[in-house]
Write a protein that binds this ligand. Sequence first.
Ligand code: ADP
Ligand code: MG
Length: 723
Amino acid sequence: TPRQAAVATAMSYAAKGSQISFVDVPAQDYYSANVFGKNVMKDRLPKSVYKSLMSTIDSGEKLDPEIADIVASAMKDWAMEKGATHYAHIFYPLTGATAEKHDSFLSPTTDGSTLSEFSGKQLIQGEPDGSSFPTGGIRVTSQARGYTIWDVTSPAYILENPNGATLCIPTAFVSWTGEALDKKTPVLRSMQALNKQAQRILKLFGHEDGAFVASTAGPEQEYFLVDRSFYYARPDLIAAGRTLFGSKPPKGQEFDDHYFGAIPERVLAFMMEAERELFKLGIPVKTRHNEVAPGQFEVAPVFESANVAADHQQLMMLILRKTAEKYGMSCLMHEKPFAGVNGSGKHVNWSLGSSSQGNMLSPGDTPHENAQFLVFCAAVIRAVYRHQGLLRAVVATAGNDHRLGANEAPPAIISIFLGDQLTDVFEQIKSGGANSSIPSGTLTVGVDVLPPLPKDAGDRNRTSPFAFTGNRFEFRAVGSNQSIAGPLVAMNTIIAESVDYCATTLEAAMGGDPAKLNSAVQSLLTEIINECSSVVFDGDGYSEEWHEEAEKRGLLNLKTTADALPQLLKPETVELFETYGVLSPRELHSRFETYVEQYCLSIDVEAALAVQIAKTQIFPAAIRYQSELAATCANLKAIGYEFDTDTLDAVTTLVKSLQDSIAKLEFAIADGEESEPMDCARHHCDAILPAMLEVRKYVDQLEGYVADDLWPLPTYAEMLFIK
Ligand code: ADP
Ligand code: MG
């Protein structure tokens, strides 16, 4: 069987990746080696051009088109010295993927030779034929003009391949009328909106330097690694990214022996090569470890400005996938590749900060600093309270539905965890008796030789979807396969709205008198915490009681993508995005339609696969075994033995049930030709998915009966444990 061949190949794996020596080339020499970063620009650009570019990158000034030719030419020279033959505008369509179109630097001349060329115009703007990217109706195919526009704030870089290199230029992708067709444009707009509102608060606290307040993001990426040969023997992994069948292995993650355990050698070698490549691209990878499930790992970079972090995250997924192949493995980023063991998420750590203020979600040393810190915290709490539905909708995908609300990921109910210290402060504020300073307790560890640790304001609560972790918030509901752009846009915008509200309230209460700041802050915090405290929850998010309690509190519990996506069209959401200039109603609507379509398409693929595998691989294996049993039974009877037919009966019943369930699934698929997008999503959620589960039930039961040498699919135990 293909399975036996896969096991044999996996067992005879011999390392093919490159030999990496950080002795010959120290790791720091790799850092940003392939990035057209500030240091390269400083070296290669005239001073005035460099200064002008920096004011765009650091302070959000408009780009001066006059300098584009000079920058382009410097970029081209640098890239060609590094072996690049082509340049590519990189953009981020609504599919969540990364798109690229390559153009050669060389142009033919009339005398029959060639000239290397890269003009400012080519740097600034491209026109890929984007007609086959989803647009949710914004751009009809006949006027399929889409433009890519250079994003100066995200550095260009060189991506190497075994035969050369490409200069990659991060861009925004918009329609000819300037409407966003991508994930990046709204990130940039939302960062601007947040900066504008944050400046107002800073001004009230006496900080008027105007340094750009950027949202920052540090995304932790979880993933699985399986041997390539298993991947190729599983059509479901190839086409859907997750296993549609497979029974729980005798040993799973029960012993908790994988989490933070020693990293297997082959995996470590892969990690080191991936990290070296990421380092070259200026992606500051920092942390690596085993995750909870067998075969599951995590990597996390140091946080960066949200826009750059989002681009880097896309690159990171690419590099992880590519490098895994070199080591004979497949990197699975699906949220739930294996039922019954933990799924993968992407914890997006979020904060806001500026060059002069530093991190604004970090508690300060003085009551004045802490008052400012508390205003920003309160703004976040208010934002999460008012826009729970939106936060749920931006993590709604077919893949993430298998994870959210299951027993390991955060629940589908969006609540916020503050930790003891912040909860304490807000409790005091609520009861009216608060002073705006944070008690700075210390935590005694109970071992005399250890010094007292500063009490970490963000003690851990892994069950919360949105947690304060000491100096940032961590949005844990994001799916491992998702672009982080959508969640960042949502966070930036809802928090911009709340910061706007806080600024307006404080300004009104103070009437221009700085002496009134403290009392104004006091009453603002009291008001917010009284209004929004129902969204604050510090208990166990996985528990039954929380589900009941959340319902009593009136919190939303949107279990599936089909339940969650309509939140995007709520009047308050439409108004939010329009007010802050992040997404027009038309752009928002196009996103809704695209995401509904993606949801249905993903499930269509899975359903078709389930039918195909069940019919052409499982059913034949099952009847072969059934006929073996029947033959044995007949033979024994012929020579006068009484044969116990229990197994034959069980297999026969299961085969019958399998056939029936396949027929039911085929019917559900055929019945799904609805016209309205939401009807289609509901049908996929309510009819097709349950029918798939039904097929799975019988397949997984058959796995427990059919002779091992007949079973065609690599098993969970094989995929998760053979390294
Ligand atoms: P843990 O697993 O304990 O949550 P990790 O070290 O795996 O911690 O990841 C924490 C992430 O939070 C890192 O990417 C880190 O850079 C990021 N982070 C730290 N400070 C900030 C901040 N101010 N803004 C955004 N992200 C931050
Ligand atoms: Mg972590």
